[in-house]
Design a protein around this ligand. Structure first.
Ligand code: ZN
Length: 411
């Protein structure tokens, strides 16, 4: 279970614990008798397109916050690979049967950039379950509960009473119109000092409905000026079309979330789901600042009415990938510049390993390694920029595992 840095230091100084992992920093208690109590803590997730917020709660106490930064270069990497393979096909090689039309996608195929996000989240969950007693998981499944938006009658008392429904609806409309007034184009994040409202394309007084396809995001002045007119009469006939189009970006995030949800269920975990509207509602009720990991705290109906011990710092885990398998390094025009070594390890060290320099000028410096074959030398990135030293003076602390670990502060 996560503890404070002070407590970890005390335990280590009194020889009551040993450190077993540097990043994330994990200690193991000596003289610890495992109890039969069921795992008590709950891991909460808010999967997004670039960042996934993570929080670990023990009852109403927030014990750990984290942010997973996804890889964003998968599309461009695949494009690179495609172009390299294309040049290879046109070279003088033996005859190969055309096979561009004999491929099919498996059922449930997801674009590689999306599948990678799911894998990264699953990887993090596996890691966290190794170190913390996680009994249940909460995740934000859909940004907006579209069914509840269209037909609020079916969805229970709190929706009918309107408060949560209003959040769900407002969040949806805001996202759909990119936080911009559909009439004048001013965005709500640009600080124009305007109030924003939800406007009916066909006014209620003229028989317009409350369905989402009749609603747009508008600033107060435009909404007032429009008054009792329809959008067409107000001089904006294009708005009708925009309002009918579905939300595209959210669709990609939603497909990642559904895949993740199914994978978690397959793994036999107890999963609670929540909507983005509820997350926003909970966050404003608890009066918490906006951050990905704070959003994770607020996911789902299990969110406590008051929370204790919100940490000031959160862990940033960034997915880095595990290097390239390309054996030729091209220059920027695609011509061969140099060959890469076949093996990834140089004298037992690999790029991305966390190492410490044990002797010489830079003794006690720690950092990530960039393994280079340049005589017997290895270049190292330390806290004070790049350092160079012999592999003989290096001590391995932790092997590269495809992740970069850092810290962030909540403001
Ligand atoms: Zn406006």
């Amino acid at each position: 279970m996560p503890c404070s840095e002070k407590r970890a230091r005390q335990l280590l100084e009194r020889n009551q614990a040993v450190s077993i992992r540097r990043a994330p920093f994990v200690i193991k208690l000596l003289n610890y008798a495992p109890s039969d109590e069921p795992a008590s803590s709950r891991l909460k997730l808010d999967p997004g397109s670039k960042t996934t917020g993570m929080a670990l709660l023990d009852g109403s106490r927030v014990v750990w916050l984290g942010e997973l930064q996804h890889r964003t270069n998968i599309n461009s990497k695949l494009d690179d690979r495609r172009s390299i393979r294309r040049t290879r096909r046109s070279r003088k090689t033996r005859y190969r049967e055309a096979r561009f039309d004999n491929r099919s996608r498996l059922k449930g195929w997801l674009a590689p950039s999306l599948e990678a996000r799911v894998n990264q989240i699953m990887n993090v969950i596996t890691k966290l379950r190794r170190y913390a007693p996680i009994g249940a998981i909460s995740m934000e499944l859909v940004k907006f509960d579209t069914q509840k938006l269209v037909d609020p009658e079916i969805s229970g008392i709190e929706y009918q009473q309107g408060e949560l429904f209003g959040y769900e609806l407002r969040a949806y409309i805001q996202e759909k119109f990119n936080h911009k007034c559909v009439y004048c184009g001013k965005a709500d994040y640009e600080n124009h000092g305007l109030r924003y409202e939800i406007d009916h394309i066909q006014p209620r007084s003229k028989g317009g409905s409350n369905r989402v396809t009749n609603l747009v995001y508008s600033c107060e002045p435009c909404n007032k000026a429009k008054g009792n007119k329809t959008a067409r009469e107000f001089g904006h006939p294009e708005v009708e079309k925009i309002a009918k189009a579905p939300l595209k970006d959210a669709a990609a995030v939603n497909s990642v979330r559904w895949r993740l949800f199914n994978r978690l269920k397959e793994a036999g975990l107890d999963v609670e789901t929540g909507t983005g509207g509820r997350t926003k509602f909970n966050r404003s009720k608890l009066g918490l600042p906006k951050a990905h990991c704070i959003d994770a705290v607020c996911v789902g109906a299990s969110t406590p009415d008051a929370i204790k011990g919100l940490p000031k710092y959160f862990d940033i885990w960034k997915a880095m990938g595990r290097g390239s398998r390309q054996i030729m390094q091209p220059d920027k025009y695609g011509f061969p510049r140099q060959y890469r070594s076949r093996g990834k390890r140089v004298h037992g060290f690999g790029t991305g390993d966390i190492v410490e320099i044990e002797s010489g000028k830079h003794t006690d410096q720690q950092g990530r390694l960039v393994a280079r074959i340049k005589g017997p030398y290895i270049t190292q990135v330390g806290q004070s920029g790049r350092l160079s030293c012999s592999y003989k003076s290096l001590r391995l602390i932790q092997r590269a595992d495809g992740w970069d670990y850092g810290k962030g502060e909540i403001r």
